[in-house]
Design a protein around this ligand. Structure first.
Ligand SMILES: Nc1nc2c(c(=O)[nH]1)N[C@H]1C(S)=C(S)[C@@H](COP(=O)(O)OP(=O)(O)OC[C@H]3O[C@@H](n4cnc5c(=O)[nH]c(N)nc54)[C@H](O)[C@@H]3O)O[C@H]1N2
Ligand SMILES: Nc1nc2c(c(=O)[nH]1)N[C@H]1C(S)=C(S)[C@@H](COP(=O)(O)OP(=O)(O)OC[C@H]3O[C@@H](n4cnc5c(=O)[nH]c(N)nc54)[C@H](O)[C@@H]3O)O[C@H]1N2
Ligand code: SF4
Ligand SMILES: [Mo]
Length: 849
């Protein structure tokens, strides 16, 4: 398992070379085994799925003598068989000597950072029985709603453990990590074009790419595809990156706009101002004034209607809704000169970008990433960035943007008929995260339609809406991954009983009463995932390509089945009945009797619409389960461009500059809570009132800490090597850390512009303490011009105090590097329920130590 840095780079290059020779449309004929460095060596490439980030690429692992030794893209996949560097790191995850090897229980009742849990090994029987007893205790006292299931990352098999299990045992609490991930990003798409999900684009034909906090060659989604396409996108000076930091993508772009964090909405409306006042919008998509004159005169309002006669100021809108309202409510006076001092971007640059962007018309994409909206008032950064696509007509166009495509699968069975009256009533009680209340609107399609993951810590501490008694978490590490890590530490200390399902020790594990080892995704388990890249939807399998060296069970299937079996023995039979009635082997009809059978039958059942051949007309031809496993992935036909024009899932079916959809949702939300819409905006910490709330507009950023005490704005990014929060016990992570611009191998530096370093008397290598109102961490200074002056930038990922021998300085107490979530203020973007990791939510001071 030794691979040095040169081999690693060679491997990545070889992967790229194979990819480059493979056209997206004809890859299948070229799918060979053993064509990389291991050519000629005995071994088999086995298809599976990487979930190191939300790209969810179909991959293959080379298995030699029962060991997986190498990763590559699956040549059958929508992106032509490409991967990024991160699946390689996962080899060090699966063979990590610090894996949890068997179930364990805590023997030290005291909980806290630095407290030894004194775990002792126990049998699976004892572990599962203890959990079943805890559930039965809640059943007896009719408190099953005090159970909570935490879900971090997941496969699409999650509809059993996450989607159904809590309901079956009488709890409304299935709490996902979505709101700490990217919900604000979806807000803009939802309230302009009725789509709550990740975007896709026709990159083959895109001519201009406006990237909002998007570092697409290193992070965000479809990374391998963007790595391939970046060169083409960049031709003729056609990519502009808006980011306070010179990211890997910005370093290669034609223009980098180092924005002041949290001011994206101002920049976007100023770009709109230029496009509209200069008459550069797409007339074929948006329409025009009836007499073809431009009445969008900077600083002046356009009368919306012109009385009885069809006088010239009528705007005949085609595929959009409310463009004049948007101008009148916001854009008319948002000049580049107005935006310059707010955003730190010169009026001249704003004009240039707006003109270039508009010139590419329906082939110009404005791509909003969480960088521009996972901010305290980021919902309108998201809205504004998306609205620009409407102005140039790059939605549903050749070279434009689309909703992500889907793939067929079979959802979990309904729980109706498998709940007693008591259980059904308990499952309908209020959710623990307060979603849908004025302060936590979480407007995913409707009030409270989304999750407010972060809020659960406060709910536990305040026992509001009730005292949580039992929680089980899988594939999550909330103590590390959420703003105000200290709040989660306190909450986990207080939570009476916690079960962590995890392949490796993590901070969350240190608060567990029971630890259940699980199989690592991609290598050891069954499952499937659905994704979308390159205008195609796909379904990609997880399959056990190796036998695990630990005694782990599959999180989403085997473990709930085992708990259901134990509950049945104690007289609570409904959950097991649900599993046995509904998850029979789709081929033989056999009822699952063991966790292994349930695992396999459930994945076969879910993917049946692919392997039974019934989806052949929609994409790849696959005619048996074996063929699906062999190919590893099924890919749909390309997205039919234009499908949703005038048929968006908005209130008007049009692309909405003035969001009637949001208006309706806000009015319902306010009414439900017995408040006015303006009170609802206020409770959500937005400054807008009235109709302004329904258009994209500027919202001033929120920063915690006064500028006198905390002079610098803290900003962050993720690493090209982050597998979300999960690659930090791999030695390669540290060895290669300098692949992130400005960062250093083996370190976790804080990047300061030399101007600021001089101002504060700091130099390269100085050991420092960074302090915000939330907390403080230690780091080291790195002088770097790629940081906007006035801002300090640090990569997210390091700072684990309990993540194995490599990830922590002293396992259990002393972190290696610093966790940004100890700095980020415990605050929210309340309209989507999100956690603001971007936008400069905290000001900081820096002291030498
Ligand atoms: N400051 C800051 N905070 C962030 C982010 C950031 O960029 N900056 N990113 C945010 C985003 S986008 C996200 S999505 C969240 C992610 O945050 P979480 O959902 O909390 O997930 P991770 O931190 O990736 O940790 C997942 C844990 O699951 C376990 N695990 C690892 N592999 C597997 C597996 O294969 N199966 C199972 N069952 N368990 C596994 C390990 O215990 C691991 O620590 O973090 C968010 N937090
Ligand atoms: N390498 C890698 N890729 C990943 C993941 C990973 O862990 N590692 N995780 C995946 C997941 S779960 C998610 S949700 C996505 C998240 O994808 P993103 O959120 O797009 O990724 P980040 O790197 O967190 O942030 C993007 C950029 O925002 C910039 N930024 C910070 N503040 C601001 C601001 O105020 N305005 C603007 N315009 N930019 C700002 C940062 O410098 C950074 O370059 O990435 C996915 N892709
Ligand atoms: S880490 Fe993300 S981009 Fe890289 S191969 Fe895995 S899923 Fe794809
Ligand atoms: Mo995420």
């Amino acid at each position: 398992m030794s691979m040095n840095r040169r081999d690693f780079i060679k491997t990545s290059a070889a992967t790229a070379a194979v990819a480059a020779s493979t056209s997206v449309f004809t890859p299948k004929a070229e799918a060979k085994t053993g064509e990389l460095a291991y050519e000629g060596e005995a071994g088999k490439w086995v298809g599976s799925t990487c979930q190191g980030c939300t790209s969810w690429c179909a991959v293959q692992g080379l298995v030699v003598d029962g060991k997986v030794v190498k990763m590559r893209g699956n040549p059958n996949s929508a992106n032509g068989g490409r991967i990024c560097p991160r699946p390689h790191l996962a080899l060090q995850q699966v063979y990590d000597p610090d894996r949890v090897k068997q179930p364990m229980k805590r023997t030290n009742p005291k909980k806290g950072r630095g407290v030894d849990p004194q775990f002792v090994p126990i049998s699976w029987d004892e572990a599962i029985n203890t959990i079943a007893d805890k559930i039965m205790d809640l059943v007896k006292t009719d408190e099953t709603h005090k159970f909570c299931l935490f879900r971090g990352r997941y496969t699409h098999m999650n509809d059993i453990l996450y989607g159904s299990f809590p309901k079956l045992i009488g709890s409304p609490n299935n709490i996902s990590h979505s709101s700490i991930c990217a919900e604000a990003e979806k807000f803009g798409r939802m309230y302009t074009r009725g789509y709550w999900g990740y975007a896709d684009a026709d990159l083959n034909n895109t001519e201009y790419f406006l990237a909002w906090g998007w570092d697409g060659v290193a992070s965000n989604r479809q990374t391998p595809w963007f790595m391939k396409k970046l060169g083409e996108l960049n031709k003729n000076g056609r990519m502009t990156v808006i980011d306070p930091r010179m990211s890997a993508t910005a370093a290669k772009a034609s223009r980098w706009l180092p924005i002041i964090p949290g001011t994206d909405s101002a920049l976007a409306v100023a770009i709109a101002h230029v496009i509209m006042s200069e008459g550069l919008w797409n007339k074929g998509f948006v329409g025009n004034f009836a007499d073809n004159k431009n009445y969008f005169v900077s600083g002046e309002l356009v009368p919306e209607t012109a009385g009885e006669e069809n006088t010239p100021v009528v705007f005949n809108e085609i595929h959009t809704h409310g463009v004049v309202k948007w101008w009148n409510l916001e854009v008319f006076n948002r000049t580049p000169e107005w935006a310059e001092p707010i955003t730190g971007i010169s009026a001249e640059d704003i004009r240039k970008v707006a003109r270039e962007f508009a010139a590419a018309g329906s082939k110009a994409i404005s791509w909003v990433s969480p960088g521009a909206c996972m901010q305290v008032r980021g919902a309108y950064g998201s809205f504004a960035g998306e609205a620009l696509n409407g102005l140039v007509g790059s939605i549903e166009s050749v070279g434009g943007m689309f909703d992500g495509s889907g793939a067929p699968s079979k959802g979990a069975a309904k729980v109706d008929g498998y709940q007693s009256e008591q259980i059904a009533a308990a499952a309908k009680r209020k959710k623990i995260d307060k979603r849908g209340t004025p302060q936590f609107a979480a407007l995913n399609k409707k009030s409270g339609g989304g999750v407010v993951t972060q809020r659960v810590a406060s709910s536990i501490l305040e026992e509001d809406p009730y005292d949580l008694k039992l929680a089980m978490g899988y594939w999550n590490n909330f103590v590390f991954s959420i703003n105000g890590a200290d709040v989660w530490e306190k909450a986990m200390e207080k939570l009476p009983f916690y079960i962590h399902i995890t392949p490796n020790f993590a901070e969350m594990t240190m608060y567990a009463d029971i630890v259940l080892p699980t199989k690592l995704h991609m290598f050891e388990r069954w499952g499937y995932t659905k994704g979308s890249q390159n205008m195609r939807g796909y379904l990609t399998m997880h399959q056990p390509m190796i036998k695990s060296h630990v005694d782990g069970r599959t999180d989403e299937t085997e473990i709930p089945f085992m708990i259901a079996q134990a509950l049945a023995k104690k007289g609570f039979t409904d959950p097991l009945r649900w599993m046995q009635d509904n998850f029979k082997d789709p081929v033989t009809g056999k009822t699952p009797e063991t966790p292994e059978e349930f695992d396999l039958f459930a994945v076969k059942r879910a993917t049946q619409p692919i392997w039974d051949g019934s989806s052949n007309s929609k994409g790849d031809t696959i005619n048996s389960w074996e063929e699906l496993l062999e190919k590893g992935v099924w890919t749909s036909k390309p997205y039919p461009i234009g499908k949703k024009i005038d048929n968006f899932k908005t209130a008007t079916k049009k692309f909405e500059f003035y969001s009637e959809t949001l208006k309706k949702v806000m009015e319902d939300h306010a009414e439900k809570n017995g408040i006015t819409v303006d009170e609802a905006f206020e409770a959500a910490n937005y400054t807008c009132r009235g109709e302004l709330g329904y258009v994209a507009h500027y919202e001033p950023p929120v920063r915690h800490g006064d500028a006198a005490t905390y002079p610098l704005i803290f900003a962050e990014h993720r690493s090209r090597l982050n597998r979300e929060g999960r690659s930090q016990n791999t030695p390669w992570y540290y060895e290669m850390k300098d692949v992130d611009p400005g960062d250093e191998a083996f370190k976790d530096v804080t990047k300061l512009n030399p101007i600021d370093a001089k101002k504060y008397g700091l130099k390269d290598g100085d050991k420092i303490r960074i302090t915000s109102v939330q907390g403080s961490i230690e780091s080291e200074v790195k002088l770097w011009e790629g940081t906007r002056p006035g801002v300090v930038i640090k990569c997210y990922g390091q700072g684990h105090w309990a993540y194995g021998r490599v990830g922590s300085e002293v396992f259990g107490s002393k972190p290696r590097g610093g966790n940004n979530n100890e700095i980020h203020a415990y605050d929210y973007e309340r309209l989507s329920g999100s956690t603001p990791r971007h936008g400069g939510v905290s000001r900081v001071k820096i002291e030498k130590i």
